[in-house]
Ligand binder design. Sequence first.
Ligand SMILES: Cc1cc2nc3c(=O)[nH]c(=O)nc-3n(C[C@H](O)[C@H](O)[C@H](O)COP(=O)(O)O)c2cc1C
Length: 434
Amino acid sequence: MRDDPLAAPLALPCGAVLPNRLAKAAMTEGLADAGLRATDRLARLYRRWSEGGAGLLVTGNVQIDRFVLERPGNVVLDSRWLPSVDATARARLADWARAGTVAGNHLWMQISHAGRQSPRYVCREPLAPSAVPLQLMGNYATPRALRDDEIVALIGRFADAAAIARDCGFSGVQIHAAHGYLISSFLSPLTNRRTDAWGGALEHRARLLLETVRAVRAAVGPDFAVGVKLNSDDFRQGGFSHDECLRVVEWLGDAGIDLLEISGGTYEQPRLLGAAGRAEDAVEVRPSTRVREAYFLHYAEAIRRVARMPMMVTGGFRTRAGMEAALAGGDTDLIGLARPLCTDPDAPRRLLAREIDTLPSHEARLHLAARGRLSPASPWLAAKMVNVLGAQGWYYRQIEHLGDGEAADLGLGVLPAFAGYMAREIGRAARLRR
Ligand SMILES: Cc1cc2nc3c(=O)[nH]c(=O)nc-3n(C[C@H](O)[C@H](O)[C@H](O)COP(=O)(O)O)c2cc1C
């Protein structure tokens, strides 16, 4: 077992040591209570994942703005709003952190602002660099462009959230700068049309990210892990490109982070899930040179040449052979895993014990089920989106089962999962608004 590359520890620049090379990537849980605080269900879920053997667990996105949520069940850490940072909220966070580290793994909080990708039923006025709407089935209101003073205040709130995460027992934070959320939307010239010091040249578009990293580092100190999740490419014509990603990674090296997680895509092009978005502005994904199962390895190879921090690549890893090849090729230091851990939370432990070589994968079945029922040729964006959201709803339901101490329900159909997900989300959002 000593020679197993998946079992090798990884030392991070801040001094922390991850016990192995398997990481659970962030997955939004939707398990906050009506006051947007952490719950027993979250603690139970993360205890399960901690016992599952991954060296690092990253939480689903915790929001720093209580009005602009990614989902109505997000945990919120908004330093302007006392109930999200008071003694009760902190005690719940501490329970979550304790439960999520029982097996000696690391637990990082992903901190995020949903930006323009906050659904209409949650938020009537999303916030963004510019008033560029997200046109997906009418589900997103036109965002309001942030004022300069609001951007500065948001940076402070990221830093406050990171300090609270540290005080409550999380061993690190990950700043979400991928997938089209606020920081990612600042990076893209398609969604950032500003002409002030936060828009235009890449240096200006990257300013929110880099100032957030600096503020977070100043708030947590040098010996606490700070990571960033970044798109290798937005995969949209005219969006944040792979070449721009390489420049930003160099700057992140100067800023001093402990881990860079590579992903890709936005709601318009959900490449993070290996799915296609609308055809008009798509940029094709280049074939991975080593392991076709992992979506972004080809990009990681180039990023590695400029990255001065350890790297994690997430998306598509399903076999031990693929993971070993990626580690051996030097393109990544950590293997990020998400969907397989919704149905087999013990998969990392079983991989490390060599009980399994392949992770459970339900994606093909889920996507085909939705396509077959909704549109045989699947030419429409709406059908593709229902397809993606149906599969997401299926995984959300499995996360809820784990949070309730139950096993995953593999017999759940994708359309009932989609319908149940939409009904629950809209109901929760209505209660929140009240
Ligand atoms: C149910 C679900 C929720 C997700 N939530 C988040 C999130 O909160 N933050 C994030 O950065 N990525 C999120 N992702 C993306 C995953 O972290 C990961 O990048 C993606 O699922 C690809 O990895 P996989 O092929 O191992 O599933 C989510 C994915 C799924 C399936």
